[in-house]
Write a protein that binds this ligand. Structure first.
Ligand SMILES: *[C@@H]1O[C@H](CO)[C@@H](O)[C@H](O)[C@H]1NC(C)=O
Ligand SMILES: *[C@@H]1O[C@H](CO)[C@@H](O)[C@H](O)[C@H]1NC(C)=O
Ligand SMILES: *[C@@H]1O[C@H](CO)[C@@H](O)[C@H](O)[C@H]1NC(C)=O
Length: 397
């Protein structure tokens, strides 16, 4: 993909595709990523600290300097943020944390059911891997000779077979320097159906499914981040970069690799790159999407990269795990990642090539999308169409 015409053509195609996705998007309630009210930052020089640190007192880092609000998260965070390093939310048993939350939050009974469930189990973060009965399906460790430069870590759900297959057949296909893994919860969902035998087959066939034994629901997505970080520590500690994305994303892997390889080393070491939202605030409409009650959380969200797709430096994995032990549980995975980075004193960097609520941000000039790195949401069919166009030798803008 070196010819300008191919890129121009891709841009035109993307715009058309965007229109289609937009029409579908506009006619459906939006339940995935992007908290309304969040603003996308124009990319530009961001004052960035370049090395992670984790001070004994996190209050200043997390903006807890004024009078402390009575909201539960804020209270818990003040307590956790000043514990000696090495302590964690699991002190006293993870179930106990949830039980305490239920009794100490005055209007807990009026919280939406998924938020109540989240809080009851939020401090429980150790789950065993789910392995198919009868063996097989083990995901191989990175071997000394085959450490990926970029790990593609894709959040999927057990039933989304078509989305995973589309990624395998298109941008996630084996390429030098990359490795593809899907992150899933248990295929035995709450209330069924039991997808265990289908997922077991898929796992043996492709050996690219990392599954853990927890319910795969939206408020459990942070578990995938944390369990992946722990897996990396044991099985792939030297990976240079990790792309976190959803299974409905389309990633222009060669362009992303080229961008990463061109980064100054100091910036690459602390990388947290994506579509960055700043000044996002919790939504307070009960029953609405992303509702956060005032008795749970007060304040603004940290700057964070949209969970639809972002890249982190692999060397930050152990740092993020340490930070997560000191940052109180929060239901949205991407906001939580933003909080952990903030605790480490690192800031996200915006790149205009990430379009995680695409085509809301699409340009009116179809030929201006030449720096696309990631777009979502795309259906499996749209991903395959786009992939084929990218393979075509040349076309017109
Ligand atoms: C932690 O820092 C905050 C703000 O800088 C301060 O108000 C608080 O007293 C400190 N807590 C401890 C235990 O040192
Ligand atoms: C963690 O904190 C709890 C309660 O503050 C304390 O009882 C426990 O000993 C601490 N654990 C470690 C490993 O410091
Ligand atoms: C997350 O998974 C755990 C373990 O399966 C479960 O107890 C918890 O209820 C789940 N969380 C939500 C929000 O459903």
């Amino acid at each position: 993909m070196r010819c300008p015409k191919c890129l121009l053509c891709l841009s035109a195609l993307l715009t058309l595709l965007g229109l289609k996705v937009y029409i579908e998007w506009a006619s459906e309630p939006r339940l995935t990523k992007g908290y309304p009210g969040a603003r996308s930052t124009p990319p530009g020089p961001t004052p960035a600290s370049l090395e992670p640190t984790l001070p004994a007192n996190l209050s200043a880092r997390l903006g807890q300097t004024g009078p402390l609000p009575s909201a539960y998260w804020n209270q818990q965070q003040r307590r956790l943020g000043t514990l000696p390093i090495g302590n964690s939310t699991e002190a006293g048993g993870c179930q106990a944390w949830g039980t305490a939350a239920a009794t100490e939050i005055p209007d807990f009974a009026s919280y939406p059911e998924d938020l109540r469930r989240f809080l009851l189990s939020a401090a429980c973060r150790s789950f065993p891997q789910w392995l198919p009965a009868g063996g097989g399906g083990q995901v191989a460790s990175c071997s000394a000779t085959d450490v990926p430069y970029l790990l593609l870590a894709i959040k999927s759900e057990p039933g989304r077979f078509a989305e995973r297959q589309a990624v395998r057949e298109t941008w996630g296909h084996p390429a030098p320097g990359t490795r593809l893994l899907f992150l899933l919860g248990s295929p035995v969902g709450r209330g069924g159906p039991d997808l265990g035998s289908l997922v077991a087959w898929e796992s043996r066939r492709y050996s690219d499914l990392l599954l853990w034994d927890f319910f795969d629901v939206p408020f459990n997505q942070t578990l995938k981040d944390l369990l992946l970080l722990a897996w990396l520590g044991h099985h792939c500690p030297d990976v240079a970069f990790v792309l976190h994305a959803q299974d409905d994303a389309f990633v222009h892997v060669p362009a992303l690799l080229a961008h990463l390889r061109g980064l100054p080393p100091t910036r690459a070491r602390a990388l947290y790159l994506g579509e960055v939202f700043t000044q996002a605030k919790p939504l307070r409409k009960p029953g609405g999407p992303f509702y956060v009650p005032g008795s749970f959380f007060e304040g603004d969200y940290p700057a964070y990269a949209s969970g639809g797709g972002y890249v982190i430096a692999g060397r930050l994995a152990p740092w993020l795990l340490q930070a997560a032990a000191r940052v109180a549980p929060f239901p949205f995975d991407d906001v939580y990642t933003g909080l952990c980075f903030r605790a480490l004193g690192l800031v996200p960097r915006a790149h205009p090539g990430f379009h995680t609520a695409w085509p809301a941000d699409r340009t009116t000039d179809p030929c201006a999308l030449h720096d696309l790195l990631l777009a979502r949401p795309l259906s499996p069919q749209d991903s395959i169409r786009l992939w084929k166009r990218l393979q075509a030798p040349r076309s017109q803008c």
